[in-house]
Design a protein around this ligand. Structure first.
Ligand SMILES: Nc1ncnc2c1ncn2[C@@H]1O[C@H](COP(=O)(O)OP(=O)(O)OP(=O)(O)O)[C@@H](O)[C@H]1O
Ligand SMILES: [Mg+2]
Length: 655
C-alpha cells in the first residue's frame, strides 16, 4: 500500500548527493593538482639546475683545454725563438757584428715557423735586423718582454700589445690585420670609440750570448693574433669536434684584445666571423676589471651561450685580453623544454588517472549513500518493506543495517497501530450498535415502566397500610423507579439532542452547580474549595448540559471520597488563551491505572451492582465533545483524582 506523499517531508527533498561526489572528487583533484604542481616545479627546477651545472662544468673544462692550446702555441713560439737564439750562426754573426750573415737562416725560420715578427736587437734593445722589413733598423724597441730578457738574461714569452706604429714598422699588412672598426651588436659593451689600431701578439724573446756567456743581443719573435684563426679553430676542432646544432656551431672560441673580438669563430648574422664585435658589459666588468673568470650564460654576438671567459695577461701581469669558449645554450634549453613537456604530460596523465580513481573511490561512498537516500524516500512514502543491501563499505553496511532495523521496527509498529485501530473501530461500531439497541429498548421500556410506577403507587394509595401486600408493592415501586432512572440515563446517553448553546460565563455555571449540591447529605463532611479565576472570557455552551457534566464530576468525587475529604474546583484560562479549563480535584481513593483507560466507556462502573449505571462519565464525555472541548483525568491511587474539562473560548463576546 502506497501512501500519498507528504509535502515538505525533509526526506522527500532532493539530497545533495551529487554535490558530495563532486566535492569528494574535487578535493582529491585539488590535492593531486597541488602535489603534482609541487613535484613538477621541484623536478623542473632540479633538472634545470642540474643541466646548467653540468654545462658549466663542461665549459669550465673546455676553457682549460682552450688555455692549454693557447699556451701550447705560445710555447711553440718560445721554443722556436729560444732554439734560434742559441744557433751558432746567429751568435757568430753578432760576435762579428755582421747580422747579414744570419739573415738567410732567420728568413727561413720566419717562413717555416709562420711567425709574423722576427727581430734581432743588440744588448741595448736596438734593432739590428727585422726579418719582415730588413731595410728598417737602428731604432730602439720598447717592449716589456724585451726589457725583461735584457734584465734577467733568460728567455721569456707572453701575450703583448703592439702599437700600430710598431706594427707599421714591421709591415703595412700586419698593421692592416690589426686594424679593426668596431661592429655594434645587441648587448655589447657601449663605447665612444669607433676603431682599434694596436694589435695583440703571442711573443717570445730569448737572449743571445757570446762564448764567454756575455749578452750580446736578443732574438724576438711573435705571431699577431688579430684575424689569425689557427688557435680558435683548433680549440673548436679539438674541444667540440665541429659539432653543429640546427646548422650552427655548438662550440665557439674567441680571443679578445681588451673587449674586442680579434680572433673568433663566433659568426655574425651574415655568416662572417664576428671580428670587431665587443663583449657584454657584465662579462667585461667581471673578467677585465675584476680579473675573475666568468662561467655562466652570456649573450654572445647574437645568441645565448653557456660561456667561460678568463683574462689573458701580459708579462707584467696586466690584463690585456680575454680567452673565451662557449657552447650554444639552445641544445640545453631544448632538452630542458622537452623535459618540461615530458614532466607536464606525466603530471597531466597522473592527474587524469587520479581523477578517474578518485571518482571510483567517491562513487564507492556515494552510490551506497544514494541507495540509502532512495530507500529513505520510499519509507517516507509509506513503503515500509524497503530494505537496503550495501557490501562495498563496512561502515556504510552498518548504516544500512541500522536503516533496515529502523524500517523493520517502523513496519512492526505500523502493523500494531493498524491492528489497534481496526479493533477500536470494531469496538466502537459494536458500542454504537449496543447503544442504539439500548436506546431502543429504553424507549420501549419507558412507557411500561411509567405505567408500573403509576399503577403501583395508585395501589399503595388504595390499600390500607397494614395490608400484607404493601411491602411487596413498595418493593415494586422502588425497583421500578430504579429502572426508570436507568432508562432515563440510557436515553440521555443515546439522545442526539442538539445543545442549546449561548455565550455563558463558565464561573457562574460552576458556582450554580456547587450551590446545587453542597446542601446534600454526602457533602456534610466534605470541604468544597472554589478557586475561580476572575475575568475569564465567555464560552459558548448549553449551560444546562454543562451543569449536568459538572454535577456528574462533583458527585463522582464525593462518592470517591466516601463522605469526607476535600474537593477543589478551579477555573483558568489556558496559556494559549484559546481555552477555558476547569479542574475538579478530590482527595478520594483515586483510579487504578487499568481503570483510567475505561472510565469514559458507557456502563463502566466500579460501584457495586445496582448502585451505579456507569453512564455518568460517558454522557459527560459526549456533551463536552459536542461542545468541541475535551475531558481528561489524572489520578494517583489512594491520593485522589483530578478531572479537567477544556472548552473553547467564544470567538466574539456578547455583554
Ligand atoms: N472522582 C473519582 N474518583 C475515583 N473514581 C472515579 C471518580 N469519578 C469516576 N470514577 C470511576 O469511574 C467510574 C465511572 O463513573 P461514572 O460516573 O461513569 O459511573 P458511576 O459513577 O459508576 O455510575 P453513575 O454515575 O451512574 O452513578 C466510577 O464507577 C468510578 O470507578
Ligand atoms: Mg457517576
Amino acid at each position: 500500500m502506497r501512501r500519498r506523499r507528504v509535502n515538505g517531508n525533509p526526506l522527500t527533498k532532493h539530497l545533495p548527493v551529487k554535490t558530495i561526489a563532486f566535492r569528494l572528487t574535487m578535493s582529491f583533484v585539488f590535492i593531486i593538482v597541488i602535489i603534482s604542481a609541487i613535484f613538477t616545479a621541484v623536478g623542473l627546477h632540479f633538472i634545470a639546475d642540474r643541466t646548467m651545472t653540468e654545462a658549466q662544468i663542461k665549459v669550465r673544462n673546455d676553457l682549460n683545454a682552450a688555455r692549454e692550446i693557447y699556451q701550447g702555441n705560445l710555447h711553440n713560439i718560445h721554443q722556436t725563438v729560444r732554439f734560434s737564439a742559441e744557433r751558432f750562426y746567429l751568435r757568430n754573426a753578432l760576435i762579428e757584428r755582421d747580422v747579414s750573415r744570419a739573415t738567410g737562416e732567420l728568413a727561413k725560420t720566419l717562413t717555416q715557423e709562420a711567425l709574423d715578427v722576427l727581430i734581432v736587437t743588440d744588448d741595448k734593445g736596438v734593432v739590428l735586423y727585422r726579418a719582415h722589413n730588413p731595410a728598417l733598423r737602428g731604432d730602439g724597441l720598447s717592449s716589456d718582454l724585451l726589457n725583461a730578457v735584457l734584465d734577467q738574461h733568460i728567455p721569456a714569452s707572453a701575450t703583448t700589445i703592439i702599437s700600430a706604429n710598431e706594427l707599421r714598422r714591421e709591415s703595412a699588412s700586419l698593421a692592416e690585420r690589426a686594424y679593426m672598426r668596431y661592429v655594434d651588436t645587441p648587448r655589447a659593451r657601449p663605447t665612444e670609440e669607433v676603431e682599434q689600431t694596436a694589435g695583440m701578439m703571442l711573443e717570445a724573446a730569448a737572449p743571445i750570448f757570446d762564448y764567454e756567456n756575455n749578452l750580446i743581443g736578443v732574438l724576438l719573435g711573435g705571431v699577431l693574433l688579430n684575424q689569425h684563426y689557427d688557435i680558435v679553430d683548433k680549440i673548436k676542432q679539438t674541444v667540440y669536434r665541429g659539432m653543429q646544432y640546427r646548422n650552427k656551431d655548438v662550440g665557439t672560441a674567441t680571443i679578445f684584445q681588451g673587449d674586442v673580438r680579434i680572433s673568433t669563430n663566433v659568426l655574425s648574422t651574415d655568416g662572417t666571423r664576428a671580428i670587431g664585435t665587443r663583449i657584454a658589459e657584465a662579462v667585461y666588468h667581471r673578467v677585465v676589471e675584476k680579473g675573475e673568470p666568468w662561467i655562466d650564460r652570456a649573450y654572445v654576438v647574437n645568441d645565448w651561450y653557456i660561456t667561460a671567459y678568463e683574462p689573458i695577461r701580459d708579462v707584467t701581469g696586466r690584463i690585456v685580453g680575454i680567452l673565451y669558449v662557449g657552447m650554444l645554450e639552445a641544445p640545453y634549453s631544448d632538452v630542458r623544454r622537452r623535459t618540461t613537456l615530458l614532466f607536464l604530460s606525466i603530471a597531466l596523465g597522473g592527474m587524469i588517472v587520479a581523477v578517474a580513481l578518485s571518482y571510483l573511490v567517491s562513487s564507492r561512498v556515494t552510490v551506497p549513500v544514494k541507495k540509502l537516500v532512495r530507500a529513505s524516500r520510499e519509507v517516507a512514502d509509506g513503503n515500509l518493506e524497503t530494505r537496503v543491501t550495501i557490501r562495498s563499505d563496512r561502515e556504510l553496511a552498518e548504516l544500512a543495517d541500522a536503516f533496515n532495523s529502523m524500517a523493520a521496527a517502523l513496519q512492526t509498529r505500523d502493523e500494531k497501530l493498524k491492528e489497534f485501530a481496526t479493533r477500536k473501530i470494531m469496538e466502537s461500531e459494536r458500542l454504537a450498535v449496543i447503544g442504539k439497541l439500548a436506546a431502543d429498548v429504553a424507549h420501549e421500556l419507558n412507557n411500561p415502566l411509567q405505567g408500573i410506577v403509576t399503577y403501583s403507587n395508585l395501589m399503595l394509595e388504595k390499600l390500607p397500610a397494614e395490608d400484607a401486600c404493601v411491602p411487596s408493592i413498595e418493593k415494586i415501586v422502588k425497583q421500578a423507579s430504579r429502572c426508570t432512572i436507568i432508562v432515563r440515563g440510557l436515553l440521555d446517553f443515546a439522545r442526539q439532542r442538539k445543545p442549546n448553546k449561548r455565550h455563558s460565563d463558565i464561573n457562574a455555571v460552576v458556582s450554580d452547580c456547587m450551590s446545587l449540591v453542597e446542601h446534600r447529605a454526602v457533602f456534610h463532611n466534605i470541604k468544597l474549595i472554589k478557586k475561580l479565576s476572575g475575568g475569564l472570557p465567555k464560552v459558548i455552551v448549553d449551560p444546562s448540559q454543562m451543569e449536568q457534566v459538572f454535577v456528574n464530576l462533583i458527585m463522582n468525587a464525593a462518592e470517591a471520597m466516601d463522605g469526607s475529604g476535600r474537593l477543589t474546583v478551579s477555573t483558568r484560562l489556558d496559556p494559549t488563551g484559546g481555552f477555558v479549563e476547569m479542574d475538579f480535584a478530590d482527595t478520594g481513593h483515586g483510579i487504578s491505572e487499568e481503570n483510567i483507560e475505561r472510565i469514559f466507556d458507557p456502563f463502566f462502573t466500579t460501584k457495586e451492582a445496582g448502585k451505579g449505571t456507569g453512564l455518568g462519565l460517558a454522557i459527560s464525555y459526549g456533551i463536552v465533545k459536542e461542545h468541541e472541548g475535551s475531558i481528561s483525568a489524572v489520578s494517583r491511587v489512594g491520593k485522589g483524582a483530578t478531572f479537567t474539562v477544556r472548552l473553547p473560548v467564544a470567538p466574539t463576546e456578547e455583554g
